[in-house]
Design a protein around this ligand. Structure first.
Ligand SMILES: Cc1cc2nc3c(=O)[nH]c(=O)nc-3n(C[C@H](O)[C@H](O)[C@H](O)COP(=O)(O)O)c2cc1C
Length: 389
């Protein structure tokens, strides 16, 4: 064993001998407040904001908090291995960075900075369809590192086909299809400021560079940017899609396909019946349906329904290493980390994302060890109790 993720804490203490302390807090729950102070009202509202009054985002946190870990003693945990097999790939830890659009409003380094940080630690980076950098450029920044492409399934079938072909050619190995955003939800923090970056042509890079998208424009993007934006708005998503449409994706993508935004066990069964390879139990970080079930409350039922048929991933509310532990115990094979890495990016670019990834995995490694586990494989529902009300 070359080393443990937990060793990051010794690195920090050793650096401290020369007077250096980490540039960002190691309690990742503090990043949101720091970012609130750093970013302008538009960008921070976009990343921190949620649907409606924020009830689902709060429920995501409350559900994870309600579960408490019951550590076990006197188990040999001196050598640990956090690696897991997900979608047929060996990952160094049960973690990937979630697809988050428009990262250029957080930091000029945008997607390439975050993707490089993920690549350096072997953590898969999931690139959003709504990225501010074309998928080929992000791929180039990552070298041979593991990357997945998130699809907002466009209305225009030729653009969908073209996105899939481009993603495959650029080395994205898995397709993550987000189903919970057929329409943009009611988001008061954005509405109150009338802030939607896409209308300014930010977060549209994959579309504006796409030959099939451009073929639908009367004039090149730079000659009539407003028309290009309107063309994007008209095709961005398709609320008419239904389960049989998944056959199109199977025909046009020869790697693993994961459906993101699954909360109901019956939907998970439909995903398995349709030959999908995974689901992400997620409510989009509370950004789509206010009043929705917390993602962590939906997870056990989905895992029970399909955990033996496909890979169950999880996001929405993960902030710390113990949150990851709880998600594993509730049936997830791996988690996607969302807002915390975006705050890391906003605060310190690539180094900020690296900091967040290392803190999270060090904390997870320590939580596993101190709870009596040498790896994710032995964690289960028996490691949790529900906190008394
Ligand atoms: C600012 C922002 C932008 C997002 N953009 C996308 C996106 O483009 N595609 C997608 O599938 N999910 C998107 N998500 C959802 C994330 O992938 C993930 O589900 C969510 O961040 C999890 O919630 P959490 O960050 O509160 O843990 C976005 C989330 C945020 C915060």
């Amino acid at each position: 064993m070359a080393g443990h993720w937990a060793d990051f804490q010794y690195e920090i203490y050793l650096n401290g001998m020369t007077g250096a302390v980490p540039r960002l807090p190691t309690d990742l729950t503090r990043l949101e407040q720091l970012t609130e102070q750093r970013l302008g009202p538009g960008p921070i509202g976009y990343v921190a904001g949620s649907a409606g009054d924020g009830s689902t985002a709060r429920a995501n946190r409350a559900a994870l908090d309600r579960h408490r870990i019951v550590p076990r003693m006197l188990r040999d945990v001196h050598e640990r291995d956090l690696s897991v097999r997900v979608l047929g790939r060996e990952l160094p830890a049960p973690l990937a960075l979630a697809p988050v659009g428009v990262l250029s409003i957080m930091h000029p380094g945008a997607e390439p900075a975050a993707a490089r940080a993920a690549a350096a630690r072997g953590v898969p980076f999931v690139l959003s369809s709504a990225s501010s950098t074309p998928m080929e450029e992000v791929a180039e920044a990552m070298g041979g590192a593991e990357r997945w492409f998130q699809l907002y399934w466009p209305k225009d079938v030729e653009v969908a086909r073209s996105f899939l072909a481009r993603a495959r050619a650029a080395g994205y190995t898995a397709l993550v299809v987000t189903l919970d955003t057929p329409l943009l939800s009611w988001r008061p923090r954005d509405l109150d400021q009338a802030y939607l970056p896409f209308l300014h042509g930010v977060g549209t890079a994959n579309y504006f560079t796409d030959p099939a998208f451009r073929a639908g424009l009367a004039k090149p993007v730079h000659e009539d940017p407003n028309a290009a934006v309107m063309h994007f708005v008209g095709m961005f998503s398709d609320p008419a899609k239904t389960w049989p449409d998944l056959a199109f994706l199977r025909e046009n993508w020869d790697g693993p396909i994961v459906l993101k935004g699954i909360l109901h066990p019956d939907d998970a069964r439909l995903a398995a019946d349709a030959g999908m390879d995974g689901v992400v139990v997620s409510n989009h970080g509370g950004r789509q349906v206010a009043g929705s079930v917390a993602a962590a409350d939906a997870l056990p039922r989905v895992a029970e329904a399909v955990g033996d048929r496909l890979d169950v991933l999880f996001d929405s509310g993960v902030r710390t290493g113990d949150d990851v532990f709880k998600a594993l115990a509730l049936g997830a094979r791996a988690v996607l980390l969302g807002r915390p890495y975006v705050y890391g990016l906003a605060l310190d670019g690539e180094a900020g994302v690296d900091h967040v990834v290392r803190c999270l995995l060090a904390e997870l490694d320590l939580t596993l060890a101190l709870s009596g586990h040498a790896g994710p494989g032995t964690v289960g529902p028996g490691d949790l109790v529900t906190a008394p009300a």
